[in-house]
Design a protein around this ligand. Structure first.
Ligand SMILES: *[C@@H]1O[C@H](CO)[C@@H](O)[C@H](O)[C@H]1NC(C)=O
Ligand SMILES: *[C@@H]1O[C@H](CO)[C@@H](O)[C@H](O)[C@H]1NC(C)=O
Ligand SMILES: *[C@@H]1O[C@H](CO)[C@@H](O)[C@H](O)[C@H]1NC(C)=O
Ligand SMILES: *[C@@H]1O[C@H](CO)[C@@H](O)[C@H](O)[C@H]1NC(C)=O
Ligand SMILES: *[C@@H]1O[C@H](CO)[C@@H](O)[C@H](O)[C@H]1NC(C)=O
Ligand SMILES: *[C@@H]1O[C@H](CO)[C@@H](O)[C@H](O)[C@H]1NC(C)=O
Ligand SMILES: *[C@@H]1O[C@H](CO)[C@@H](O)[C@H](O)[C@H]1NC(C)=O
Ligand SMILES: *[C@@H]1O[C@H](CO)[C@@H](O)[C@H](O)[C@H]1NC(C)=O
Ligand SMILES: *[C@@H]1O[C@H](CO)[C@@H](O)[C@H](O)[C@H]1NC(C)=O
Length: 369
């Protein structure tokens, strides 16, 4: 019997190899454009126009040097200026520009921080979780069983709020959206700052578990304000996840066969009767793919990266604002680099590793090390 509660999302649990002594050593000097790559970032293309959907990808300005990375010298909101350096410290010093264990762990951490929110508790005036950074502020929360595997990323991120003079919630949730973006294909989610310090440790027993039955999960997510469609979009983050604790005998197995890219293969493979090598399917994910109440929203993302990108963006945005009042926050989406678009890297339905690496070299150059 599996006795742990791991999270529903992103059971990626990770060991971080030792990190550079100084994770903030990234220098913000501009990189020269390595030249025209295989294409992959939609800087200014059709469809990049801003709209009213708060989860929509903002238009990435034409940056001149063509790598899709907004530079602080072009910042438009003074409140966002310090965050360009924080962005670089995370993407460079911690993620090294790639979809590695630190990036995965940061996405999982964002969910574990926010996934303890409860509208019902809030309505009663009780402590209710919230996307508040309590995971990197309270030393005990990360020790809970359901947070196993998050200790390394928590110890890396927890000194940063004091170092940069920012709130734990802002730091943690910027790391979450940058973690998504560090994975090629990962959408550019809007970024907000201004969360106050956490009011309390997250209440116990609220984080959804992959061992919960479908109706219980639907109800728990509804108590956070998520629809079934939001929930089905969020579980797709398993696309780049790995597990160590659900089934320790299969440690480091992923949830789909393309763990290094943020794609929709997870949905097709989870719904299929067979399982690819080195992949582990979570019971809850498999049941989502079958259960009548989730079937439709699960299956709509199969082979549909575009719909998933859009729905994931808005669901993640909702998640990182749980318990926060958006009208008191500042929109710093301007600092978010462009997403690496997988379309032009795909040959015959499969992302080509050479084209993928070339795109990473071009669009993530300043942070690679
Ligand atoms: C899982 O991956 C981590 C590095 O991310 C490594 O330290 C560990 O040895 C791996 N475990 C197994 C069983 O392969
Ligand atoms: C893909 O390549 C085509 C043809 O070169 C180009 O017009 C388009 O902008 C590229 N799309 C992306 C998302 O890079
Ligand atoms: C935040 O800014 C982005 C682009 O800068 C924009 O697309 C988005 O609509 C804004 N969101 C809100 C809620 O203001
Ligand atoms: C900053 O903006 C100027 C003018 O809008 C543009 O020419 C330049 O390429 C931009 N630089 C960067 C690094 O974004
Ligand atoms: C998933 O569904 C199977 C069969 O329908 C059931 O036995 C199992 O308990 C379910 N698991 C979860 C986590 O709901
Ligand atoms: C499928 O969903 C229905 C309705 O929500 C529920 O009653 C049933 O227990 C679910 N089945 C599984 C295997 O979770
Ligand atoms: C959110 O903040 C605005 C601006 O400070 C305030 O007017 C509003 O009452 C707040 N809403 C809630 C639900 O606290
Ligand atoms: C990737 O490019 C395709 C084709 O240009 C476009 O339809 C899609 O919306 C782009 N995806 C993202 C995340 O920008
Ligand atoms: C794509 O698949 C078709 C049909 O299987 C094949 O003829 C073609 O050579 C493939 N193209 C590439 C670039 O692999």
């Amino acid at each position: 019997m599996r006795h742990f509660t791991v999270l529903l999302l992103l059971v990626l649990a990770v060991v971080l190899p030792s990190i550079n002594a100084n994770p903030y050593s990234y220098s913000s000097s501009r990189q020269t454009d390595p030249g025209d790559g295989p294409g992959g970032v939609d800087n200014d293309g059709p469809g990049g126009v801003d709209d009213d959907d708060p989860g929509a990808d903002g238009n990435v300005p034409d940056l001149g040097d063509g790598n899709g990375i907004p530079d602080v010298s072009n910042a438009t909101n003074p409140l966002c200026v310090p965050w360009y350096g924080i962005r670089d410290a995370i993407l460079g010093g911690i993620f090294h520009g790639r979809c590695g264990d630190e990036a995965r762990a940061s996405v999982r951490l964002a969910f574990h921080d926010a996934g303890t929110f409860s509208d019902a508790l809030k309505a009663q005036g009780l402590p209710n979780g919230a996307a508040d950074g309590s995971m990197i502020w309270d030393p005990t929360e990360v020790l809970r069983t359901e947070n196993d595997g998050l200790q390394p990323i928590v110890s890396i991120l927890s000194p940063l709020p004091a170092q940069f003079g920012v709130s734990p919630g802002d730091l943690l949730h910027l790391a979450g959206v940058l973690g998504v973006l560090a994975c090629p294909g990962g959408p550019r989610i809007n970024a907000f700052i201004g969360r106050p310090f956490p009011l309390n440790v997250a209440p116990m027993g609220l984080l959804p578990s992959p061992e919960d039955p479908v109706p219980k999960l639907i109800a728990r997510f509804a108590d956070m304000g998520f629809t079934v469609r939001d929930l089905m979009a969020l579980v797709g983050a398993h696309s780049t996840g790995k597990q160590r604790f659900v089934d320790p005998a299969l440690a480091n197995s992923s949830f789909d066969s393309t763990v290094d890219i943020w794609d929709v293969r997870f949905y097709a493979e989870t719904a299929a009767p067979t399982t690819p090598p080195d992949v582990l399917k979570l019971d809850s994910d498999v049941n989502f793919s079958h259960n009548a109440s989730t079937f439709h929203e699960f299956h709509r993302f199969i082979n549909n990266q575009e719909d998933w990108d859009e729905d994931y963006r808005s669901a993640h945005l909702k998640m990182m604002l749980l318990g926060q009042n958006i009208s008191t926050l500042t929109n710093c989406t301007e600092l978010m680099p462009a997403s690496i678009n997988l379309t032009n890297l795909t040959i015959n339905g499969t992302v080509d590793p050479t084209l993928l690496e070339a795109a990473i070299q071009k669009y993530r150059a300043p942070w690679l090390s």
